[in-house]
Design a protein around this ligand. Structure first.
Ligand code: BG6
Length: 481
């Protein structure tokens, strides 16, 4: 009996970014305003997302025409540096580059009569640049942003109308880039919708937790439908191309071997896997029907929805992997949760931002996902956000090398276990604006970008120690770590 001891020859090594965290150029070439561009940076490292935006703060953001308080308006100016940045990715030997298309660059107001030609042309240029180096694109269609106009008109994904608007966008880009993009993802970390990341949030503040959850699960249903339609469109327009789901996978460990804790952890895990269950298997799982019923959540579906979900499951499953959770049963909790999540795991170390580092958890996750779905997997995010120090023009980021090495070692083990893994795009190969805190100083990159939290700096790109290390990893197909 033999088993694969190593990465397959065609393994897709690379890196991943998102439009609103790198592009900048927020008011250039006809781009409309996106939800990410009204999220203000907090002063105290707090996490701030769309769900924190209120009607009042939205008004302030709309009136502000500068990028001072809104770092996702400036990104790292990839819009004007993409050639230089892609050349650096190529120097590391990238086989694939994951990036997202800003919907608001293509349809500035979400429902415009015609797509914005200058927006489409920008991604033509990016794709041409990647083709020059034989780097395959992996494009996320929706990465934590949408045209603000749709949130004002329909409360974002809460409105069923948004499905139609999104699928016009997807059809437009599938047609435009047909034959040039082998891999697509629909919604980045689709599960985080239950945390309110995909809505205006403006209406949420006054509602009870139950009412908020009702809206969020309904919004998610609309995303599931939009995702299935996009899958149908892609398969018709570009039959060679593959499309995947994207989950923020958070494996949950029980806090103790007490069966009551193990059961609490299992339910928590199911609530995380629910999203890929729908997108991979094409139907809502039974355990969620019970959860919805017991928590007074009713998902409104159109007649055709269930047939559509069943007919167009995703081709592969991708996920981000940063940490694992610990769950314990909590007697005092109300029926909504009945468990405590996120306790510290005493066996793990944590990052500067308190994210618990768990390389073995990646092997566990890969095995569990493969067992569950038997569809090819793709790790499309993993990495270490850290406070890097630039000293005499160098960044000695051995801690980042260690982090990535340990995770890559565990991927290799998972491949030997029999897991079908398509590739690995580490998060943020070049420093970018943090999603959760909008900080620049939470750096993930192999490439340092000279910019501080307030947007000061030359934007110069500088290779860190990890740059050469990753080049070696790719050159040896993961053998020399
Ligand atoms: C994922 C997101 O949640 O994690 C990315 O898909 C994000 O957009 C990444 O940047 C890391 O999170 P953060 O908050 O450190 O930027």
């Amino acid at each position: 009996v033999t088993f694969p001891k190593s990465f397959p020859k065609d393994f897709l090594w690379g890196g991943a970014t998102a439009a609103n965290q790198v592009e900048g150029a927020w008011r250039i070439d006809g781009k409309g305003l996106s939800t990410a561009e009204v999220v203000k940076k907090a002063d105290d490292r707090r996490q701030v997302s769309m769900s924190d935006v209120t009607a009042e703060t939205l008004k302030v953001a709309l009136a502000d025409t500068t990028d001072v308080a809104y770092p996702k308006r400036r990104g790292i100016d990839f819009y004007h540096h993409y050639q230089e940045d892609i050349a650096l990715f190529a120097e590391m030997g990238f086989k694939v580059y994951r990036f997202s298309i800003a919907w608001s660059r293509i349809f500035p107001n979400g429902e415009d009569a015609q797509p914005n030609a200058a927006g489409l042309a920008f991604y033509d240029r990016v794709l041409a640049e990647l083709a020059k180096y034989n780097i395959q694109p992996l494009i996320t269609l929706s990465h934590y942003e949408m045209p603000i106009a749709l949130t004002q008109k329909y409360n974002g994904w809460a409105g069923r109308e948004t499905i139609t608007a999104f699928n016009r966008f997807t059809e437009t880009v599938f047609q435009r880039y047909q034959g040039k993009v082998p891999y697509w993802l629909t919604f980045n970390e689709i599960n985080t919708g239950t945390w309110g990341f995909h809505e205006t949030g403006a209406i949420d503040k006054h509602l009870s937790e139950k009412e908020q959850l009702q809206i969020r699960y309904q919004s998610l249903h609309h995303q599931f439908v939009a995702s299935a339609r996009a899958t149908q469109q892609l398969h018709e327009i570009d039959p060679q191309a593959k499309i995947g789901a994207m989950l923020a996978r958070m494996q949950t460990y029980p806090g103790t071997p007490n069966p009551i804790d193990v059961r609490a952890a299992q339910l928590e895990d199911q609530k995380n896997l629910f999203f890929t269950d729908v997108q991979a298997r094409g139907e809502y799982p039974e355990y969620m029907n019970r959860y919805f019923a017991e928590n007074g959540i009713t998902i409104k579906m159109a007649d055709e929805d269930q047939a559509l979900l069943a007919a167009y499951p995703v081709d592969f499953i991708s996920f981000s992997y940063y940490m694992t959770n610990v769950t314990q049963h909590d007697q005092s909790a109300d029926s909504m949760g009945n468990m405590v999540v996120g306790g510290r795991n005493p066996y793990l170390e944590e990052s500067d931002w308190g994210w618990q580092i768990d390389p073995i958890g990646l092997r566990i996750t890969l095995n569990a996902m493969w067992d569950r779905y038997r569809k090819p997997l793709f790790v499309v995010e993993n990495g270490l956000g850290a406070l890097d120090k630039l000293e005499n023009g160098h960044v000695h980021d051995q801690y980042r090398i260690d982090y990535l090495r340990q995770h890559i070692e565990q991927m290799k083990e998972a491949i030997a276990d029999g897991v079908h893994l398509m590739g690995y795009t580490m998060w943020g190969p070049i420093d970018l604006i943090s999603f959760s805190t909008s900080e620049m100083s939470k750096r993930y990159g192999f490439i340092y970008v000279d910019q501080d939290d307030d947007g000061n700096g030359t934007l110069k790109r500088i290779k860190k120690d990890s740059f050469d290390w990753y080049r070696k990893v790719i050159a040896t197909n993961g053998e020399d770590l």
